[in-house]
Design a protein around this ligand. Structure first.
Ligand SMILES: [Zn+2]
Length: 171
């Protein structure tokens, strides 16, 4: 989100030429550049010891496609802890490990999604009220359950391709 006002003093932003950034909003009173603001969120691909993916459904998002666990990073919380917390809250599964995979900008929603793989012990779900249903998918079925091109789809695809070193810098 482009800043129209300074979040510290409330002054209206003016446009100023800031080095490599070019013209950008600037607070004339605090004399600070007003960088675009966005929310830091996590998205987690949840994988069990058999390589199956736990995907969930939230009817307010889509009644057609499954999604991955996702949520907002709280102030003072690491992104890893946010991923572990969301997996526990949304699915009721016990995480074993967490690994950063890739980040995905989501400019339509003013978000930066940090993508993680969270390994869990296979178990029954204990769903949060925000989740309508969840299911385990074999690796070859997981992508079909996700909306093609979505961040969840790209994250799961990247994990599936992770054995291929040539795919390392791909989305
Ligand atoms: Zn200011």
């Amino acid at each position: 989100m482009r800043m129209k006002f300074c979040p510290e003093c409330g002054a209206g932003a003016v446009m100023k030429d800031i080095g490599d950034e070019g013209m950008m909003p600037f607070c004339p009173d605090c004399r600070k550049p007003l960088w675009d603001s966005f929310r830091t969120c996590i998205i987690a691909a949840v994988v069990d010891e058999d390589g199956e993916f736990a995907l969930l459904r939230q009817n307010y998002v889509s009644s057609e496609h499954y999604v991955c666990v996702a949520g907002v990073v709280k102030a003072g919380e690491s992104a890893e802890d946010a991923a572990l917390r969301e997996v526990s809250e949304e699915l009721g599964l016990a995480p074993v490990s967490v690994h950063f995979v890739r980040s995905y900008p989501y400019p339509e929603k003013d978000m930066l999604m940090l993508g993680f793989r969270v390994d869990v012990r296979k178990g029954g779900f204990r769903l949060s009220k925000e989740v309508d249903s969840a299911e385990w998918f074999m690796p070859d079925k997981a992508l079909n359950a996700l909306r093609e091109g979505s961040i969840a789809y790209r994250l799961v695809r990247k994990i599936l391709r992770s054995a291929d070193p040539a795919a390392d810098v791909s989305e």
